[in-house]
Design a binder for this molecule. Structure first.
Ligand SMILES: *Cc1c(COP(=O)(O)O)cnc(C)c1O
Length: 400
């Protein structure tokens, strides 16, 4: 419904939302009502170029016709039946993921946090089954982000996420990102897994050094510790490869996916090697909605479309171009102190508060995002064109 149709002023909509919604979000004063490709429209008909993509979710852009078609058809065929039974879209999606990754098995759930919960449970159970019941601790990184459930916020290396929720889940140790010596000092006979994001997204767009990943893999192999990659933000083409681990060639034992997997429909997935996945037996873990025919049909369509239209190759190319243009801004403006990231997961750190820039961009019709207070994060649909990037760069150049 548009504002015109509702007969209600946009301010009234916002006031009503603020009166009835849980007060968990600080929202920008805009009501979006439609999208197409990289463009969003608000209820007043203003258009915006979207460099957030629902936080690295809508990788194929908004209202992609192939996804709309699959959703339409599948919704008329079968939406949900429960995991007590087999369905074809779920099977095909799992098979596709297994064919295109290091993994042998897939568990479907509905969000990133749930995928990480499954990974944490699997890592613990793997060692319980091996007769090492005290081996349950997980080493996680400072500045990491793994979700908002009690388990995953406990795994997250940022105090602000945990504030007010004590007692949190026990069994997490934190080390500085990219510090192999700290990992060596922290790892012990009670460590079951090391958990990390190949590129920290919420943590400020920081990439893991390839040598760090190689050293972690070696340490895990020497000690029998499991390696878990949280690719919830980095997976599904975002960094210019299907999965970010492909950049370093270092394979995890468990990987979690969510965000872009179904281009905006809620889905999470936990992938694992056979020997590890075997710790889950009937009854170990479950999800009512996990992997419904509707959502998995959409996800399968996302993956096939990425392949058919060479969107990941395009992402790598325009991502490189985007980064070069951001580096030009850095060379021209003292307030830009760093440009980081891979593919179309890019960050530009400022020596000032980033929020006023986000607001100024919004006023000029560009949706961007800011993490850690001072780092602008650019995560557009992977179909973004160089001309659209040029428009944003021009806008940022003026504002800076
Ligand atoms: C978004 C995100 C999560 C949490 O996903 P939700 O679907 O919000 O639960 C976990 N890890 C990473 C790296 C993320 O980017």
């Amino acid at each position: 419904m548009t504002v015109e149709q509702s007969g209600m002023d946009i301010r009234k909509w916002m006031a009503q939302a603020d009166g009835v919604m849980a007060t968990t979000y600080k929202r920008t004063p805009v009501v979006f009502s439609r999208g197409s490709g990289c463009i969003l429209w608000d209820t007043e008909g203003r258009s915006y170029l979207d460099f957030v993509a629902g936080i690295a979710v809508c990788n194929l852009g908004h209202a992609h016709p192939a996804i709309s078609k699959v959703l339409c058809e599948q919704s008329k065929t079968l939406v949900h039946v429960s995991n007590l039974y087999y369905t074809i879209p779920q099977t095909e999606l799992a098979a596709w993921l297994v064919d295109h990754s290091f993994a042998d098995r897939v568990f479907f759930c509905n969000s990133g946090a749930e995928a990480n919960e499954a990974a944490i449970k699997l890592a613990r159970k793997y060692f319980k089954d091996k007769g090492e019941p005290d081996r349950y601790r997980i080493i996680s990184m400072v500045q990491s982000f793994h979700g908002r459930t009690l388990g995953t916020l406990s795994a997250t290396g940022q105090d602000k996420i945990k504030q007010g929720f004590a007692p949190i889940l026990e069994g997490f140790d934190f080390v500085p990102f990219n510090d192999i010596q700290a990992v060596r000092e922290k790892i012990s006979a009670s460590t079951c897994a090391i958990l990390l994001e190949p590129v920290q997204g919420e943590g400020g767009v920081r990439s893991a050094d390839p040598e760090f990943l190689q050293n972690i893999r070696r340490l895990c192999d020497e000690t029998g510790t499991l390696l878990i990659f949280d690719e919830i933000q980095t997976g599904i083409g975002r960094t210019g490869k299907l999965f970010a681990y492909e950049h370093s060639g270092v394979q995890p034992d468990i990987m979690t996916l969510a965000k872009a997997l179904a281009n905006g429909l809620p889905i999470g997935a936990m992938l694992a090697k056979e020997a590890v996945a075997a710790a889950f037996v009937p009854g170990s873990h479950a999800s009512t909605f996990g992997g419904t025919p509707l959502v998995t049909a959409a996800a399968l369509c996302v993956l096939k479309t990425l392949d058919q239209e060479n969107i990941i190759g395009h992402c790598a190319e325009v991502g490189q171009y985007f980064k070069e243009r951001l580096l030009e801004l850095k060379s021209r403006h003292d307030s830009v102190v760093d440009v980081r990231g891979l593919g179309l997961l890019l960050g530009m750190e400022l020596n000032t508060d980033g929020l006023p820039l986000v607001q100024a961009c919004m006023e000029k019709g560009f949706v961007i995002n800011c993490v850690q207070g001072n780092t602008l994060r650019f995560i557009p649909p992977l179909i973004v064109q160089k001309a659209e990037i040029d428009r944003l760069i021009h806008c940022l150049d003026g504002i800076l």
